[in-house]
Design a protein around this ligand. Sequence first.
Ligand code: ARG
Length: 571
Amino acid sequence: MDIFIKNIVDILKVEVPLSGEEIEGFIEIPPDLEKGDYAFPCFAIAKQLRNAPAKISAELAQKLPTGDIITGIKAIGPYLNFYVSRKMFFKTILNDVFTESDSYGCSDLGKGKTAVIDYSSPNIAKHLAVHHLRSAVIGNAIHNIHKTLGYRCVGINHLGDWGTQFGQLIVAFKRWGPDTKDQGSIQETGLDINKLNKLYVQFHKEAKENPALEDEARDWFKKLENGNEEARETWQYFKEISLSEFERVYEKLGITFDSYAGESFYNDMLDDTVDRIKEAGLSEISEEALIVNLEEYDMPPCILRKKDDASLYATRDICAAEYRKREYDFDKLIYVVGSEQKLHFNQFFKVLELMGYEWVSSCEHVDFGLVKFKGGKMSTREGKVILLEDLLEESCKIAMEIIEGKNAELENKEEVANAIGIGAIIFSELSSKRVKDVLFDWDEILNFDGETGPYVQYTHARLCSVLRKCGETATNDIGHDLLKEDDELLLVKKLEFFQLTLIRAAKSCEPSIVSKYLLDLCSTFNRFYQHHRILIDDAELKKARVLLVDSVRQVIKNGLGILGLKAPERM
Ligand code: ARG
């Protein structure tokens, strides 16, 4: 926390019935300068103090002390407004950005704490779906935000690599797949995800005519569970094919994981988990299946084992949560999974709670809305599946066309087009609150003047170009009192707000707080740049403005990086 906010918190803490952290959470930056540099809304304490917010703020304005850092305190309606020493403000913030550069925004708030984040988590033998992209992008941003705040982060891809469907796939592979005898080994069959997907579809079609196939599939899944070599080898192969496709897409997106421990990873631990649930007297047999009855909590039962003893998605999630607690001793376990799985999470969180695990309160289902496609290129209207790789490719292609039109001379065009194309997609997934559905519209997401990734990237590149034209490198040895304009102050205030933005985004697992912040920072800069010049004769003022512009550039770059976007210096 910077010294200004810290000072305000310290002053307020004495008189207000809230903790320092709570006070910090309420602090706002007023939209216009007359209203001070920071504000505290007194509705936050009106209930506890049984008084009207405006009265409270008037009283506090009288009572609270000012000093060198906070030079004035004024009540404006229900708000308590704080005024800071401008010179000190410029000096502190610009100095922080300058010296911390790439790590500006970092803190040790999460020091000694661990955040485990489960994201993307697709099912093998199927194409990555659009919701796995959204989960990957949101999860990666949440991972980066926590890392910046000093948490130890563990990113897990909880692959869907177990379940009865793999029995079905093995049957389909053996019946209709490439002939492994002719090919020598499974590895040489040239199977890819497309073909696997087709086999899967074919199985369901044929099983309608011939239900015996389902029994066959069950038998193969049993064999797989019992460690039968042929079953294992075939399944392993499906997994390799899938992973190589997934990793290709993740690489394009610049997304990484610390662990790929998927559902199958827990196979040997499931019995113990189920035993613990049984021993706690939580389970019962219903229609031959083993379940935890959750009627009392208005939820359907959580099924642990089917009648043929096979485990389920929920069983494996309960087991995985126990394992993650043992292995990582997390302070937060975050599941970035679509809203449609809300019930699943409520159910197995409830089972964990009934098992007596207090740490379930630190598990959170970070849900998100759907991605919908607007008509035009790649619309879903014709019932076509949208393949992620095609989506990314198309975006980079359009970005390239834009560059050709804007700046055909640009060096490393391809690299920049990829940064913009991928950035546009990532930003579009992050620019509205995650629970909202996203409407995917090419014209919208690649618009350099819209609320988009390319707009932020373009602003960054413009700043780099302004600095190049100045021919001066930034130095922090400037006359801070030369920065007298309101537009300058507004800009530095935004820079200062970066860290608080990250803290708030981490608290609510809401990366859109960061994307909104960046859009705001860019438009604040653009407003400044409309009215003020950097290339001026006054050498001292020029030096001060170069530092200011360089600081904005740095913060935009850091913010883009946290969201998972590149920041090209030329576009
Ligand atoms: N594989 C699941 C799906 O595609 C998502 C898994 C999410 N993570 C979890 N621990 N349940 O729907």
